[in-house]
Ligand binder design. Structure first.
Ligand code: NAD
Length: 259
């Protein structure tokens, strides 16, 4: 097992990619705090991990709420006494062309991804600096490197997370903190399933065409990235033994984006 006894906190872990990583971390021996806006979902994930023989707690945490992030972190530290791995994963999408985009929607998307990642980072670094190190992870996207139409706030936020990741790598190094960002292509989760019909409507094409000609068009094999692919990268980055791997973006996208 690659993460034995490590304490990990993952935001937005009530479903989708965050859930898959929480479950994989637990299988690798980590104790996992499953944080989500939706406490019911987080509890279900934590229960499933415990039922499978792992160690997990659920935290109610809206990552845009400063007090909620601080309190969730305090709860975790009361429970396990330390933090080794934190993953800023909570995210939302909003599909709209720029010229019709409401300022409130722009702010909402930036606030969840960037505001949320900052609040988690600050709380996590305070713990990791006390421990003498840790691994900070961010859930970026191919949209940390590329733009697609109709997703301006998401693309902007994901580019911003790359900057935050690199800043943490610079500042955290002297405290033993590494920082990396995972950049997946499209993965079939509720977030993606919701945007297929939205994009079809906005672009005036079929859902099948959205998948084939928009989402997977630039992959080498027309395949979705899987939850298992992303979880494996998340374990690898968390377990990596030295600062040789810090400030890096790992793109996991079936060749959609090649660096
Ligand atoms: P999802 O919608 O399936 O799950 C997101 C989870 O985040 C949900 O459980 C939701 O309750 C939670 N959440 C939303 N707002 C929150 C908030 N303010 N505070 C705390 N939790 C909140 O999404 P997903 O596809 O699993 O995406 C997870 C992350 O991966 C996101 O950052 C997303 O941008 C990124 N990502 C997804 C894909 C993809 O194709 N699915 C690709 C690249 C990157």
């Amino acid at each position: 097992m690659r993460l034995t006894d490590k304490v990990a906190l993952i935001t937005g872990a009530g479903q989708g990619i965050g859930r898959a990583i929480a479950e994989h971390y637990a299988k690798e021996g980590a104790r996992v705090a499953v944080a989500d806006l939706d406490l019911g979902r987080a509890e279900q994930v934590a229960l499933a991990i415990v039922a499978a023989g792992g160690s997990a707690i659920a935290l109610e945490m809206d990552v845009t709420d400063e007090a909620a992030v601080e309190q969730g972190m305090a709860q975790l530290v009361r429970h396990w006494g330390r933090l080794d791995i934190a993953l800023a994963n909570a995210g939302i999408q909003h599909i709209a062309p720029l010229h019709k985009l409401a300022f409130a929607d722009w702010n909402r998307v930036l606030n969840v991804h960037l505001g949320g990642a900052f609040l988690l980072t600050r709380a996590a670094l305070q713990q990791m600096y006390k421990n003498g190190g840790g691994s900070m992870l961010f859930m970026g996207s191919v949209h940390s490197m590329e733009a697609s139409p109709l997703k301006a706030p998401y693309v902007t936020a994901k580019h911003g997370m790359l900057g935050l990741c690199r800043s943490v790598a610079r500042e955290g190094a002297e405290h033993g903190v590494r920082s990396n960002i995972i950049c997946p292509g499209f993965v079939r989760t509720p977030l993606v399933d919701k945007q297929i019909p939205e994009q079809a409507k906005e672009l005036g094409i079929s859902e099948e065409e959205v998948i084939r000609n928009v989402m997977l068009k630039h992959t080498v094999d027309g395949e979705f990235t899987t939850l298992a692919d992303v979880s494996e990268v998340a374990v690898h980055l968390a377990a990596f033994p030295s600062a040789a791997l810090t400030g890096q973006a790992v793109v996991v996208s079936h060749g959609w984006h090649m660096q």
